[in-house]
Design a protein. Sequence first.
Length: 157
Amino acid sequence: MKDNDLYITQLYNRNVDRMYKICYIYFKGNKYDIEDAIQSIFIKVMEKNITFENLNHEKAWFIVATNNFCKNKVKHWWNKNKELDFDIKDEIKEDNTLEKVLNLPSKYKTAIYMHYYEGYSCIEIANILGINENTIYSYLHKGRLLLKEIIEEEENE
């Protein structure tokens, strides 16, 4: 295996699970869109021969690239009219809360994922996404309130 092939394989192994979870949130479990997004992002890395300063830079780059790719894809009119494939939900049963995050408006998904699943601080999220830090605090607060409502509704059913 060439050095570049080994590098790409290592990048993939370090980041694919995180990317998968982000894509899962945006594409609501549609495994074909998830796989397409991950493949497209790695093709970009290979074509542009992207290198990273360190593991934190790499992690942040893949989170932002995955979010941007998914946002753009979800905005496309075709995706708004497509049936969803929920068979893949069984693959992400290790964290029941992730499924509830799917019900949040898209502006809260990224902040909640990065803070609670990846451990980023609000300042770090604001810097990565280019959003005001107070906006991140607001997204987290409102997102938590909405999650609480979703959980309470499920308990009352």
